[in-house]
Design a protein around this ligand. Structure first.
Ligand SMILES: Nc1nc2c(ncn2[C@@H]2O[C@H](COP(=O)(O)OP(=O)(O)OP(=O)(O)O)[C@@H](O)[C@H]2O)c(=O)[nH]1
Ligand SMILES: [Mg+2]
Length: 440
C-alpha cells in the first residue's frame, strides 16, 4: 500500500474536483459501514457524497458515526437484525420498499451514479441486494448504478459462505445487465492488515472501510483535478464509461519515488507496473486479458515529469497494456502534473473494467466444499462412535449432531423419520462449480 500522507495531500489539495457525484446505498452492517465511510470523504470544504444506510439491526445502525449531514439511516423491521437469514433480510427490505424508494428519490435525485454496497454473507445486506437493484432500476436509476460487494474471509463459517455464494451466483448471471461491480476481498485486506502488526478487529474494519472509500474517492478525484500533460486525457466522461461497463471493475493504485525511476531502464519500471496490476487494491486474481476498457493515469511532479514520462517510457507502457489487455476497446494512458512541491512520488491509478469474477470466488467454493466434506466425515464418525451403534431396535433411527428444529426433532423421536442431514448443504454447490468452470 502506498504512503498515506502523500496520497492525502493529493486528494485533499484545495483545488480538488470530482468527476461524479456519487450516492451510496449501504445494506446491512458491513454495507452501511462502508457506505458511511465513503460519504465521510471530504474535499477541502465539504462532503461531496450522500448515503442512505439500511439495516435491520438498530444497534448496528446507531453505532455508525456520521458527520456528513447527507447520510441518512433507515431502520427496517423490529430492530433485532436478520441473523444471517437471507430470506428474512429480503422480506424485510420488500416490506419497507416504498419508504426506501421514497428516500432514494428524495436523497439521490441530484446524484450522477449510485453504488449499492453490501457485505456478502449476512442476512440483511445479502438478502436485500437484489431487491435494492430492483428499486434503483424502477426509480429511474437504470444504467446509473453499480455494486460494491465484499467477499467473506475463509473463517466466517458455512452459513456466511453459502449466503455469499448463493447471491453472488444470481448477480453473476445478471451481471451483463448491470453497471460495474467492485469486489472487495476481505481476506486480502485482512492479510495485508495483519502484516502491519496486531490491532483490534474494530480498528481493522474501520481501516478497511476507509481504505475502500479512499480508493474510490481518489479515482474520482484524479480524473477531474489535475492538469493533463499528454494528448490523452482520462476525464470524467471516460470514468463514467468505465464504471458503467458491465462486469467487475478492478482498481490499481500505487506510488513510486520519482528518484527510483530510471527512465533509461523502462523494463524494471514496467515490471513493477505489471505486478501492481495483478496485485490490485481491493481484490486480485483476475484474468486481465478479458478487460473490456481500461484507463491508466500517471501523476508526477512538475519538476520530474519530463524525465519520468518520456516517449520511451510511454511506449513501453502502451506495449505492456496491449499485451495484458488485447481486447480492451479503450485504453487511454493519461499523464498529469501536480504542483505540490514537496511531493516526490509518482502516482499510478488504473482501472480495468468488464472483468469476470476473481479467483477468490473459486477459493471460497473450495472452502465451502471442504466444509461439506468435513460435515459428512464427522457424521460418519458419529454413527461409528455411537454408543448405541450395536443396539438393534425395531424403531432405530440414525443419529446426527445436526441442529434441527422442533418439528424435525419431534418427527425423529416419535415418527421414526430418516434424517437426511447433509442434503440441504449440498444443494446448489455443483451449480457453483459449473458456473465457475464455464467462466474460466
Ligand atoms: N470490509 C468490511 N466488511 C464487513 C464489515 N462488516 C461486515 N463485513 C463483511 O460483511 C459480511 C456480512 O456481515 P454483515 O454486514 O454484518 O451482515 P448483515 O448484512 O448486517 O446481515 P445480518 O446481521 O445477518 O442481518 C461479513 O461476513 C463480513 O465479511 C465492515 O465493516 N467492513
Ligand atoms: Mg447485521
Amino acid at each position: 500500500m502506498a504512503n498515506r500522507t502523500s496520497r492525502n495531500t493529493l486528494t485533499q489539495n484545495k483545488d480538488v474536483k470530482l468527476s461524479l457525484n456519487f450516492g451510496f446505498m449501504g445494506l446491512g452492517m458491513g454495507g452501511s459501514s462502508i457506505a458511511a465511510a465513503c460519504a465521510e470523504m471530504q474535499t477541502d470544504k465539504e462532503y461531496p457524497y450522500k448515503a442512505i444506510l439500511v439495516n435491520t439491526n438498530e444497534m448496528d445502525l446507531d453505532k455508525i458515526q456520521v458527520d456528513n449531514e447527507d447520510t441518512e439511516k433507515i431502520l427496517i423491521g423490529d430492530g433485532k437484525g436478520a441473523s444471517r437469514d437471507i430470506n428474512l433480510g429480503e422480506k424485510l427490505f420488500k416490506q419497507h420498499e416504498q419508504i426506501i424508494a421514497k428516500k432514494v428519490n428524495a436523497h439521490f435525485s441530484d446524484r450522477d451514479f449510485i453504488w449499492i454496497v453490501a457485505g456478502l454473507g449476512g442476512g440483511t445486506g445479502t438478502g436485500s441486494v437484489i431487491q435494492a437493484i430492483r428499486v434503483l432500476m424502477t426509480e429511474g436509476f437504470n444504467k446509473k448504478f453499480g455494486l460494491i460487494l465484499t467477499l467473506p474471509r475463509d473463517t466466517e463459517g458455512a452459513t456466511v459462505l453459502n449466503n455469499a455464494l448463493t447471491r453472488l451466483q444470481s448477480i453473476h448471471q445478471a451481471m451483463q445487465g448491470l453497471g460495474s461491480i467492485i469486489i472487495v476481498d476481505n481476506q486480502k485486506l485482512f492479510n495485508s492488515f495483519v502484516e502491519k502488526g496486531a490491532v483490534s478487529t474494530k480498528e481493522y474494519l474501520s481501516f478497511s472501510n476507509n481504505y475502500i472509500a479512499r480508493t474510490l474517492h481518489e479515482m474520482n478525484v484524479v480524473t477531474a483535478s489535475f492538469k493533463p500533460f499528454s494528448e490523452f486525457h482520462f476525464d470524467s466522461s471516460e470514468f463514467t464509461k468505465l464504471i458503467k461497463t458491465p462486469g467487475i471493475l478492478h482498481f490499481v493504485r500505487y506510488a513510486q519515488g520519482a528518484a527510483t525511476i530510471d527512465a533509461s531502464e523502462p523494463i524494471k519500471y514496467i515490471r513493477t507496473l505489471e505486478s501492481k496490476i495483478q496485485e490490485g487494491v481491493l481484490s486480485d486474481g483476475f484474468n486481465i486479458a478479458k478487460t473490456k476498457r481500461l484507463a491508466l493515469s500517471i501523476l508526477a511532479n512538475a519538476n520530474d515529469v519530463n524525465k519520468i514520462l518520456n516517449v520511451q517510457i510511454t511506449k513501453s507502457i502502451e506495449d505492456k497494456l496491449d499485451e495484458l489487455a488485447p481486447i480492451a476497446i479503450e485504453k487511454p494512458i493519461a499523464q498529469y502534473v501536480y504542483d505540490t512541491p514537496d511531493e516526490k512520488d509518482v502516482h499510478f491509478y488504473a482501472a480495468f473494467a468488464g472483468l469476470d469474477l476473481p479467483n477468490r470466488v473459486k477459493e471460497l467454493i473450495d472452502v465451502n466444499n471442504r466444509f461439506i466434506e468435513e460435515v459428512k466425515k464427522q457424521q460418519e464418525n458419529t454413527v461409528e462412535n455411537d454408543p448405541f451403534g450395536d443396539f438393534v431396535s425395531s424403531s432405530s433411527s440414525s443419529n446426527t449432531e445436526e441442529e434441527m428444529d422442533g418439528n424435525d426433532a419431534f418427527n425423529l423421536l416419535f415418527n421414526n423419520n430418516q434424517n437426511e442431514a447433509s442434503a440441504t448443504a449440498d444443494d446448489g454447490l455443483s451449480e457453483f462449480e459449473k458456473l465457475f468452470k464455464s467462466n474460466q
